[in-house]
Design a protein around this ligand. Structure first.
Ligand code: AKG
Ligand code: FE2
Length: 202
């Protein structure tokens, strides 16, 4: 999708509509200098780990690095809390945790999925800040009644998905054969108190 052609002002672009705001996209939500700075700070400062999961009769690596940060105990210097406060101005949500993904290159990906909602505050959105290389996201209806939407997630952009949209739509970052640099995504979520299990998908 050529977002430049569709946007007449600072956005957002509504990709999916529902009673909770649907799925909205703000390109250039933070300026590129801040996006670059945050990318480097998170790339170098976060304790990234590689997860494994069973797939049929094998154990496979999840194709990206991950980390989870509780905002209450986040390093005040890493910028994650400041971004949470800024997200709350466009999509209020009482965010408590950030799920971080590091896509090293085009081989890294996340399969089509909906985020698990059992440990999330009902009606609170999920907000994803993109940093580093741009990557495409596919969004499609779970009932597959319409074609998937492909949106290029630019560095410094914000994608906000309503809680409700996790019951109607799936999203994913497909692998690409194009040479791409590393990308970090920061997925802000509001977890119910005490429910700390990770939102793991491959
Ligand atoms: O990297 C992204 O933009 C998507 C990440 C995602 O879907 C997730 O962490 O659940
Ligand atoms: Fe997700």
């Amino acid at each position: 999708m050529n977002t430049a052609a569709l946007l007449f002002d600072e956005g957002p672009l509504t990709l999916v509509d529902d009673r909770e705001g649907g799925i909205r996209y703000w390109p250039q939500w933070i300026d590129s200098e801040l996006a670059d700075e945050l990318f480097v700070r998170l790339r170098d400062g976060i304790a990234w780990h590689s997860e494994q999961r069973p797939m049929y009769d094998r154990i496979v690596d999840v194709p990206r690095l991950q980390a989870t940060v509780a905002l209450a105990s986040a390093d005040p210097n890493d910028g994650l809390r400041q971004i949470a406060a800024r997200i709350a101005t466009v999509a209020p949500g009482g965010y408590s945790h950030v799920g971080l993904n590091f896509y090293r290159d085009g081989h890294d990906s996340v399969a089509m999925h909906n985020d698990r909602t059992h440990d999330l505050v009902e009606s609170a959105p999920i907000a994803i800040l993109s940093l580093g290389a741009q990557r495409d996201m596919l969004i499609r209806r779970q009932d597959k009644s319409a074609r998937a939407v492909r949106i290029t997630l630019e560095p410094g952009s914000l994608l906000v998905m309503s809680h409700a949209s996790q019951f109607t739509h799936e999203h994913g970052i497909p692998k690409t054969t194009h040479p791409v640099g590393p990308r970090i995504s920061c997925a802000y979520r509001a977890r119910q108190f005490g429910r700390l299990d990770a939102n793991n998908v491959s």
